[in-house]
Design a protein around this ligand. Structure first.
Ligand SMILES: [Zn+2]
Length: 302
């Protein structure tokens, strides 16, 4: 009995710090990430042409994760991670940001919700969009286009960065098809670039090598910052608090320090621009609020 107690005691002594390290710890970042409002706005107005009129969204699928996966120390109750695709409507053309994934991929990854009608609208929108970009290379953002039967055709309007194709394992369980890769426009390298009038990508490697923020300034002056998965939920950037280390280190292979610096920079940017709509990658509450206040429109436009 004494022996058993000693073993249990040793496990507790060794286990408690390990539990804290893997599931609870998050810290103030060291260093800074450059994210400049003036430069975002300058680039947003650097291309001729009309800025976007409206931002539409499709909620294609959802996954359930323990809260601790989203936020270190947040406990083991389940939280929902909705998967979104965005359509920016310009006069006479559209631009898509993120492509979710098809139903087979969602089911293979144990999605708890899938909206086939939303996928059908996204599928049609990929066909009619002038351009498609992704916030990063994970399957729930790039998957919709990479598994598409017409991927090679769509590739002609898909703008990926070199970093987004640099490590194919980041696209697990999918791969960007080689035949489509040959059709991609030249890969982009600039850390910040104007994608279209009012639309700017800002490189933010950390969650993945190819992660980028997308800043949008609409014709009516409303501004959005799509975070991709730098933050899954609003609480990540508001509290500058990362996902559990077990996830970022073992499953995601994330540069945790880089992400923490980015979260702090996003918080600072939001303080500087109180009207900016900061849109985390998978936050249903934020999206519901944006839709109910009329800033984002539910469902894509034909
Ligand atoms: Zn994601």
């Amino acid at each position: 009995m004494k022996k058993l107690l000693r073993v249990v005691g040793a496990l507790l002594v060794l286990g408690a710090p390990a539990y804290w390290w893997l599931f609870v710890e998050s810290h103030e970042p060291t260093g800074t990430f450059a994210l400049e409002l003036a430069e975002l706005r300058r680039l947003a107005s650097s291309l001729p042409g009309e800025k976007p009129l409206a931002l539409h969204v499709e909620h294609v699928a959802s996954f359930e994760f323990p809260s601790v996966a989203v936020m270190a120390g947040a406990g083991w109750s389940n939280t929902t991670l909705p998967v979104f695709s965005y359509q920016l409507v310009f006069p006479g053309r559209t631009l898509l940001i993120d492509t979710a994934m098809d139903e087979a991929t969602a089911q293979g990854q144990h999605a708890t919700f899938y909206d086939s009608a939303a996928w059908a609208r996204l599928d049609a929108a990929m066909g009619t969009a002038e351009r498609i970009v992704v916030t990063h290379e994970h399957f729930d953002h790039l998957g919709g286009v990479s598994t598409h039967p017409k991927a090679a055709l769509l590739a002609g309007k898909l703008e990926l960065t070199r970093a987004q194709l640099q490590d194919p394992s980041k696209q697990d369980p999918l791969r960007f098809p080689e035949a489509a890769r040959a059709k991609l426009p030249p890969l982009a390298d600039q850390p910040a670039r104007a994608l279209a009038p009012g639309v700017v990508s800002w490189s933010a490697p950390g969650h993945t090598p190819g992660s980028q923020l997308v800043f949008i300034q609409q014709a009516d002056g409303e501004e959005f910052l799509l975070l991709g998965d730098v933050a899954w939920h609003r609480s990540n950037w508001e509290q500058v608090h990362e996902r559990a280390r077990l996830l970022t280190w073992f499953f995601l292979g994330e540069d945790r320090e880089a992400v923490l610096r980015q979260l702090a920079a996003i918080k600072a940017l939001s303080a500087q621009a109180p009207g900016l709509h900061v849109v985390p990658g998978h936050d249903g509450e934020v999206m519901t609020s944006l839709i109910s206040h009329g800033f984002v429109h539910a469902q894509f436009r034909d």
